[in-house]
Design a binder for this molecule. Structure first.
Ligand SMILES: *Cc1c(COP(=O)(O)O)cnc(C)c1O
Length: 368
């Protein structure tokens, strides 16, 4: 027998996890800083959400409602869903981990796409599972490639639709084709963090697929269009069996009171949501078109961010662009960890930020 270790040793696999590196929040500039690195909304949250947050500061000694009843009822009413089939979490990140922990053990495989959201990989490795990566086609999910990765050990398929950091999506018909090709014991996770932004008739977040199947679960977040990233709030809608499993393993008070109250108020403020959407509808195409003129390739996006490719032919690297932008106060997201070393991800910002970042990129591309 081996001698016992002199100090605690994490389970196999834990130490091989590469910890998630969030978007930077500081720049190398002493002037005004424009944080365009984490897909946060430039409009901020609904003022009603801020008010609701302030009210609970008077009752910090009380535990929150551990079953998030009022928030689940509000979500149910907003989307026409059975509140009993909803679980709330501290961000959708927590829900993705819970789903993974409920269905993945050592030796089990989880599939995600080539440039898919990195939280899936971390959640899989943390649960002792094996990450399996399906190739994408032109920065877009390839359903056939995912189906080709399925083995008897596959337990979960994670699909960010639309995906971060590529900004691309697949049609609901394609999602249904993916589902139809999976064995019925495999959980299909539809991560719809950017669903509110998508303006495509052939897109759906997946509610219908969840409602009619026992192996599909959809995750949503308050961190993006609702502007509540600081509070950590997300929810998922799933079949009774999956919801039951998640409720058994989640922390009893996993969502904080301020998050619950702000979330309820945010959902009720349809006006604010419309404003945020209108802002994106205006600036996403504008930035895409302006940046494309500079010799930077832009992957067409349906989200509130764009993936910029610095082409070798233009002789400019993403790394140099990042340093130049940063020195002028613009924080973008390096996406080397996503297998995209020649790219930067840019979040749509305020009118001022959008115009200035385009100017700054123009300076960068034209300087000798
Ligand atoms: C931002 C994002 C989330 C949301 O994470 P939260 O934990 O809810 O803040 C989930 N999935 C994707 C693909 C994202 O980009």
């Amino acid at each position: 027998m081996n001698a016992p270790s002199p100090r605690p040793v994490p389970r196999p696999g834990v130490m091989s996890i590469e910890a998630y590196v969030p978007g930077k929040s500081a720049a190398a500039s002493t002037g005004k800083i424009y944080k365009l690195s984490s897909n946060e909304t430039p409009l901020g949250p609904s003022p009603h959400a801020v008010d609701a947050f302030k009210v609970v500061t008077e009752k910090l000694e009380l535990y929150p409602d551990g079953s998030a009843t009022q928030l689940r009822d509000t979500i149910g009413a907003r989307y026409g869903l059975d509140p009993n089939r909803i679980v709330c979490g501290a961000g959708s990140d927590e829900l993705l981990s819970l789903i993974t922990n409920a269905y993945i053990g050592p030796g089990d495989e989880g599939i995600y796409t080539e440039h898919g959201f990195l939280v899936y990989k971390i959640a899989l490795q943390a649960a002792g599972g094996t990450p399996v990566v399906a190739k994408e086609k032109n920065f877009q999910t390839d359903v056939n490639a995912i189906l080709n990765c399925v083995t008897p050990r596959t337990k979960i398929v994670y699909l960010a639709n639309p995906n971060n950091p590529t900004g691309t999506y697949i049609s609901f018909d394609e999602v249904k084709r993916l589902h139809a090709g999976l064995p019925s014991h495999v959980v299909l996770v539809l991560d719809a963090a950017y669903a509110e932004y998508v303006r495509k008739n052939d897109y759906a977040s997946g509610i219908e697929l969840v409602s009619t199947n026992e192996n599909v679960v959809m995750t949503r977040t308050f961190s993006k269009i609702y502007g509540l990233a600081l509070l950590r709030l997300g929810w998922c809608y799933g079949p009774a069996g999956i919801i039951d499993a998640l409720n058994r393993i989640r922390g009893p008070f996993n969502v904080s009171g301020p998050a619950l109250e702000a979330g309820i108020a945010a959902l009720k403020d349809e006006d604010h949501l419309s404003k945020a959407l209108a802002h994106n509808d205006k600036w996403l195409p504008w930035i895409e078109s302006e940046i494309s003129k500079l010799g930077i390739r832009v992957t067409p996006s349906v989200c509130n961010f764009l993936l910029l490719h610095f082409l070798k032919t233009a002789g400019k690297t993403a790394k140099d662009a990042d340093a130049f932008l940063s020195s002028h106060g613009f924080i973008l997201r390096g996406v080397g960890a996503y297998g995209l070393p020649d790219c930067l991800r840019l979040t749509i910002g305020t009118e001022e930020a959008n115009k200035k970042v385009v100017d700054c990129l123009k300076q960068f591309m034209t300087r000798s």
